[in-house]
Design a protein around this ligand. Structure first.
Ligand code: ZN
Length: 381
């Protein structure tokens, strides 16, 4: 039932519309029109203003024709850079850019697939649950749209986010993360004439970092210090350095622990380095929860529906654990269990990005089958 040619055309049209993060208004208007034509009530929330973008998250509600729980379908409207003026090439069933930009299949494949599915439902008058389509902004900037999404506008308790590579998998576990920053203050002095008057912030930072365990802490926990900057010149004892890092874990308790270790190591090290009566070197630690974890049990109705749908199509759909974050993490934190399914996008965030039309068709078939099973109540048994 999925119209391969129409899906490809729609994808290509979307890929040609510039929508780097913060500039989603253009594509949002196109989506608004198409979704409205398909019978949805479309609203935008006020996330755009909150994240300095030109557009909020798009929420489209399809009433459906069966009295079952609503289901959310989601993708993000923004792309990474360079994503302007994408020249879409189609050869041997595969879409690519001309090599000077990304393609934007991350995540325009999702937008095209969701519209194709809803169009197929409409033109064939198929059974359909209430569907809430959520197309977010600023995903690539740190899930900004999802973080500012007004979830009171949504009724769905579960759903599917189309924003992964593997069409044979559904991501139901992903780590939580904290952003961790250390601002270290020392004392400037001329490095040649009076170094003893100075306190090197870089030296102090190094002492702390050397004590830390970084990288993979255990099977479900990682941490990384990824940015460091400070100092003014080679002849000045550096009075300031700042370090930015992150910690991730699938286990919130372990995340707390590794975060606490980093914070206390910096603080204790500064205290050890301070001479009697001197308040320097000193550190200011900033910890910010970046995103919550996702941990959806394998017997959740959302997973069962998807796996039953895959089975009906003669496929396998395996539960997967991701090391990265998606809007799904934020939704999970807001009480919506969203599995992340693949659209076939490959080499995302690079100029080599590509997507095979047959993979998009396969994802669309899966989503359509999920809606059918859910609407007719034949799943999750
Ligand atoms: Zn994405």
């Amino acid at each position: 039932m999925i119209d391969e040619e129409r899906l490809g055309q729609r994808f290509e049209a979307f890929a040609r519309i510039d929508s780097e993060s913060g500039s989603e208004a253009l594509i949002a208007r196109v989506l608004e029109k198409e979704l409205t034509d398909l019978g949805a009530i479309v609203v935008f929330d006020d996330a755009g203003a909150k994240v300095n973008g030109d557009c909020g998250n798009l929420l489209a509600a399809f009433q459906g024709n069966t009295e079952v729980d609503p289901v959310m379908l989601s993708g993000h409207m923004d792309t990474v850079v360079p994503g302007k003026g994408v020249n879409v090439m189609f050869e041997d069933g595969v879409f690519r850019s001309d090599g000077t930009t990304i393609l934007g299949s991350d995540d325009k494949s999702a937008l095209a697939i969701i519209l194709e599915v809803m169009q197929v439902v409409k033109e064939n008058n198929l059974p359909c649950p209430p569907v809430e389509v959520v197309m977010t902004v600023g995903e690539e900037q740190g899930l900004l749209g999802a973080k500012h999404l007004d979830c009171t506008l949504l009724k769905s308790k579960f759903g599917y986010i189309l924003d992964a590579v593997d069409t044979q998998g559904i991501v139901n576990r992903a780590p939580a993360a904290n952003k961790i920053s250390a601002k270290i203050y020392g004392r400037a002095a001329h490095a040649g004439s009076s170094p003893e008057n100075g306190i090197s912030a870089i030296y102090a930072a190094s002492c702390a970092i050397a004590k830390l365990e970084l990288g993979r802490i255990d099977g479900e926990t990682t941490c990384n210090l990824g940015l460091i900057s400070g100092g003014a010149a080679t002849n000045i004892v550096p009075e300031y350095v700042e370090i930015h890092g992150e910690a991730r874990s699938h286990d919130p308790g372990k995340l707390d622990k590794v975060t606490h270790t980093i914070v206390s190591t910096f603080k204790n090290t500064m205290a050890e380095l301070q001479a009697d009566g001197d308040a320097l070197p000193r550190v200011e630690m900033i910890v910010e929860n970046d995103f919550p974890h996702t941990n959806i049990p394998e017997d959740h109705v959302m997973i069962k529906l998807a796996q039953k749908a895959a089975e009906n199509l003669g496929r396998n759909l395996a539960c997967k654990t991701s090391g990265g974050a998606a809007d799904a993490n934020v939704f999970f934190g807001k009480g919506i269990a969203a599995g992340v399914i693949g659209t076939g996008m490959t080499d995302v965030h690079t100029l080599k990005e590509s997507i095979a039309l047959k993979d998009m068709v396969s994802c669309a078939e899966l989503v359509l089958e999920i809606l059918q099973i859910h609407a007719t109540g034949k799943a999750a048994k």
